[in-house]
Design a protein around this ligand. Structure first.
Ligand code: NAI
Ligand code: MG
Length: 359
């Protein structure tokens, strides 16, 4: 009998519960097909936790995550909490949970599914062969720096500070080099070293770490140039490593190469095997409650969990194969359908994928 793996499940807000329900069906099916055993526990997080418990990240939810082998998260946030003070905002919970769990990198694969090339706004020949990973630093940078307002000579001023230390850069650089080693051994380090001091430290540090990885080909790309090259020659990238805010923006741009944010999985990792897995997209308040959300990003996040945390490569492949099979058969949710009138809903898509999972 396989060892029982504990998975902390957090549905969150908006479409979160809808897509998580489909991912849980996938977990159950892989137990049946592969004999793996999962124990799931559910916790409140984000907007719903603010409403019910007065904080976006309740202590019992955090404890549940710390006791688990992995966390599966839907999405959090929504317009009803946007004007709350900072400590009562869902995004504060998101930043807090990553920090509390020691997660310092966010891994986002962007892979082109051949049958979806028509869903992208880019020409198929530009997209051909695109299979890249963005490794984004999660704990430092401008999102975590000191923020304040002050009175300036010309009225009120707002200040956000960007801070990085060498240790933060070293550990993310090593992780990116390690990932590049398992792929086509190409790493693009993205910075803005022509103007930012944090970027100069970033570049110096990445160059120093690269001495330990002579087999990996390293290039440095300025962030604005990277934004252009992702649209011009996406297939030339393999692993991209960058700081928090640049990574936030570039990974959303990379997401669009594939045609829909509804297709993209992600992992947040620290030291060791523990990880938090979630779709790249948010809570999509515009389509929440309609049963229209694409569950594939969340389902592929389960596959990523099987690969990176549990080492269940057979089940991960089975899930990825099932997704491809269902897409190849022409089934589409609204976000990836060319003819929207033929689109199927969240549950129907989940059921088709579950049915297609086999050894
Ligand atoms: P979003 O990703 O929620 O939505 C952007 C657009 O993509 C919307 O038109 C939405 O309908 C569509 N979309 C997203 N996921 C989809 C799916 N699975 N299937 C079909 N269509 C999908 O980003 P937005 O609108 O910027 O943010 C909405 C809320 O989500 C905000 O409160 C934001 O703070 C939060 N958010 C949370 C994240 C998280 O929990 N990790 C990440 C990003 C945003
Ligand atoms: Mg984003």
């Amino acid at each position: 009998m396989a060892e029982v793996k504990k998975i902390a499940v957090i549905s969150g807000d908006g479409i979160g519960p809808e897509v998580i329900a489909e991912a849980e069906k996938v977990l159950k099916k892989t137990e049946e097909v592969f004999g793996y055993r999962f124990e799931t526990e559910h916790g409140l997080f984000g907007g719903i936790a603010i409403d019910q418990k007065g904080t976006p990240l309740p202590q019992d939810t955090l404890d549940m995550c710390k006791n688990a082998d992995a966390v599966l998260l839907g999405a959090v946030g929504g317009p009803q909490w946007d004007n709350n003070p900072k400590e009562l905002r869902p995004e504060t919970g998101l930043l807090g949970i990553r920090k509390a769990l020691g997660l310092f990198s966010n891994i986002r694969p962007a892979v082109i599914f051949d049958c979806l090339k028509d869903a992208s706004t880019l020409k198929p020949e530009v997209l051909e062969g695109t299979d890249l990973i963005v490794v984004r630093e999660l704990t430092g940078g401008i999102y975590f720096g000191e923020k304040f307002r002050r009175d300036g000579d010309n009225g009120q001023e707002a200040v956000d500070t960007c801070v990085y230390n060498v240790q933060e850069i070293e550990r993310i650089a090593r992780q990116a080099f390690e990932i590049a080693r398992t792929r086509s051994k190409k790493l693009a380090s993205v910075d803005k070293a022509n103007v930012l001091e944090t970027s100069r430290l970033w570049r110096e540090t990445v160059i120093r770490i690269s001495a330990d990885y002579p087999d990996v080909e390293l290039e440095h790309v300025l962030v604005d140039n990277c934004a252009m090259q992702l649209l011009r020659r996406p297939s030339s990238f393999d692993v991209i490593v960058t700081e928090n805010m640049f990574g936030d923006i570039l990974s959303d741009e990379a997401a669009m190469l594939t045609g829909s944010i509804g297709m993209l999985s992600s992992a947040s990792l620290g030291e060791g095997a523990f990880g938090l897995y979630e779709p790249v997209h948010g809570s999509a308040p515009d389509i929440a409650g309609q049963g229209a959300a694409n569950p594939i990003a969340t389902i592929l996040s389960v596959a990523l969990m099987f690969r990176l945390t549990f080492g269940y490569h057979d089940a991960a492949e089975a899930i990825e194969r099932a997704v491809k099979e269902v897409l190849d058969a022409g089934h589409r949710t609204g976000d990836i359908a060319v003819d929207k009138s033929t689109a199927i809903g969240t549950t129907a898509m989940g059921d088709l994928i579950v049915d297609a999972i086999r050894k």
